[in-house]
Design a protein. Structure first.
Length: 565
């Protein structure tokens, strides 16, 4: 094995260098982005909210956006080992995200180093990175940032002092600040000085000025030779930012997302180093604070997060901004899953065994349409890149019935089947109790699987009535929403399970075009179950697509074909 030659001071971690001593390369996947939903009218530019692992997302954005993003802010997990849960309505907790990275500091650093390299390549020549962290990792991230961007491109260690955060009884000083490391891509960058109001009100100050001859700042003097004073209630912002923490009782800005940052912090960052019309990005966007501020300040934006709850919270938050430009929700869809399968498993049966293990099942050999067994139930695992079809369900149900088994669980990523209640009824007629479960995206996250917080949710279905209140006019009324087999989780009303619903009035492809939407917020818990009306310009057959997102962050879509004449 070659020895690594240490020629400079640097931070190393297991895996940074290959065994032959060469620096390991950052994977640069280039996968096609799929548009899942669009909001707002057609436009030359649509802001982008992308659901997926930012390593693959950034790699895939390089072709179009390398050297084009003017400002990137990231607020990655801090490796605190904490779980961040969100309340899924009454009495339930779901994981928003888990702040551990493969548990070891080394793998956390490897994860960050790979991402910082992609960020550098995406930044425009005059671009800046603002890297938000805290005492857990700021010392380590500074070392990696210096290596990736060059120590000479480090501009500031900004201290965000949240003076109003309540800290319990700790036997040391309370940690009441985060750190934002500011790097420029090159010598030329944007800096707009910021002015703020003084907390103490007006003060009397000496007037200071630059003396060219002395090459120093001196007291300015009046015509009478006396030093001059001025009164001011403003100050130039320095590298300590006193900005209040979001308060739990706040129902306007606070979306209830753990680790959500205040908009005032992001406003200052964006106003310091970007201008209206610039393209800005946040690749760990969480609840979308940066995107929300970018939208309000007329920046174009790209956001990314791998958590379904972060993406859903961001979507609702953006919809609440008025006026708002058009945006799209994208993902790498099956391509991300294929990539994950390729990297982690040598043969497909390893993938199947992995999913079975996560589901608490054992592999079962010798059955063509069934892969495993969990207690008395047979289990079928869907492929990463093909939707489950009616034929696949039928074949598995028939096999189950033939082998005299009474229960079958089918786990799938995508579904191209009849409504799930129809499938379970048909299976029931053959004597098989059928459970259809969604494989969650979390199975691809190493930290999720290590800690086994992956939950397979049962499929849901809705009942809706399409009314025609006038000529060529449609209106949707939700009549029922059922998550099949929600054992132990009973709400008083079916609508309590719904967090958001939307209508695409004229569905023509896999992309959902939002024509009307309603959702719950922390402030407004009521949800209308009748949509607004929509008037078509001409008659004909239309496919109305209704999308429901439930309180667990899962999506259910259903199409209704209606004739308008
Ligand atoms: C500290 S939170 C960001 C909070 C955000 N600044 C806000 O104001 O809401 C970190 C986020 O990074 C996301 N995340 C972690 N690893 C990621 C990855 N590899 N790709 C994309 N997002 C990731 C988590 O899901 C989480 O939402």
């Amino acid at each position: 094995m070659a020895k690594i030659q240490i020629t400079k001071t640097e931070l190393v971690w297991p895996g940074k260098y290959r065994e032959d001593g060469v620096l390991a390369e950052t994977p640069r996947a280039n996968l096609p982005l799929q548009t899942m939903e669009v909001f707002g009218p057609e436009a030359a530019w649509r802001n982008k909210l992308i659901w997926g692992d930012n390593l693959l997302v950034m790699g895939s954005l390089l072709e179009e956006f390398a050297g084009k993003i003017d400002l990137i802010y990231i607020d990655p997990p801090f490796a605190t080992g904490a779980d961040f849960a969100f309340p899924a309505a009454i009495g339930q907790q779901e994981m928003a995200y888990r702040d551990t990275w493969n548990v070891s500091t080394g793998s956390y650093l490897a994860m960050m180093a790979e991402r910082l390299q992609l960020i550098r390549d995406l930044l425009s020549p005059t671009g800046s990175l603002f890297l938000h962290c805290d005492w857990h990792v700021s010392h380590l991230l500074r070392a990696i940032g210096d290596e990736v961007f060059g120590a000479g491109n480090f501009l500031n260690e900004i201290v965000w002092y949240y003076y109003n955060k309540f800290q319990g009884n700790v036997k040391r000083f309370a940690s009441n600040h985060d750190v934002v490391l500011w790097y420029r891509k090159s010598a030329s960058y944007q800096f707009n000085q910021q002015i703020e109001k003084r907390a103490e009100g007006k003060v009397k100050q000496l007037v200071r000025m630059w003396d060219k001859e002395k090459a120093a700042i001196v007291n300015a003097k009046g015509l009478d030779g006396k030093v001059m004073y001025r009164e001011t209630d403003q100050r130039t912002v320095d590298d300590v930012w006193r900005i209040s923490m979001l308060q739990p009782a706040d129902r306007t800005e606070n979306c209830g997302f753990p680790t959500q940052k205040p908009e005032a912090l992001l406003q200052r960052i964006l106003e310091t180093a970007s201008s209206p019309g610039d393209l800005v990005a946040d690749f760990f966007c969480g609840s979308g604070t940066m995107l929300s501020v970018a939208e309000k300040l007329n920046r174009r934006w790209i956001g990314c997060d791998l958590g379904r709850w972060g993406i859903h919270t961001t979507r609702k938050r953006l919809l609440g901004i008025k006026p708002r430009g058009p945006f799209a929700l994208l993902s790498l869809g099956k391509y991300e899953r294929q990539y994950w399968q390729g990297v982690n498993f040598t043969v497909p049966c390893e993938y199947v065994a992995f999913i079975l293990k996560l589901y608490g099942a054992e592999p079962a050999n010798g059955l063509a349409h069934v892969d495993g067994k969990k207690s008395n139930a047979l289990v079928r695992v869907g492929a990463v890149d093909l939707p489950i079809t009616n034929a696949e369900v039928d074949a598995a149900v028939d096999q189950c019935a033939k082998s005299k088994q009474r229960e079958l669980h089918i786990l799938g990523w995508d579904w191209d089947t009849q409504r799930c209640d129809v499938l379970t009824e048909t299976a029931g007629n053959k004597g098989v109790r059928l459970l259809l479960l969604q494989i969650p995206r979390e199975v691809m996250e190493p930290q999720a699987t290590q800690h086994a917080y992956v939950r397979f949710f049962p499929l849901a279905y809705m009942e809706a009535e399409i009314g025609q209140p006038g000529d060529l006019t449609a209106r949707v009324t939700l009549k029922n929403f059922v998550i099949l087999n929600t054992a132990g989780d009973v709400r008083s009303d079916w609508s309590d399970y719904i967090d958001y619903w939307a209508v695409d009035w004229d569905s023509r492809s896999d992309t959902f075009v939002e024509g009307w939407a309603a959702y719950r917020t922390r402030k407004e818990r009521k949800l209308p179950l009748v949509s607004g009306s929509y008037a078509y310009e001409e008659g004909g057959r239309r496919r109305i697509l209704v999308c429901v997102i439930d309180i667990f962050g899962n999506e259910t879509r259903q199409a209704f074909d209606v004739e308008f004449s």
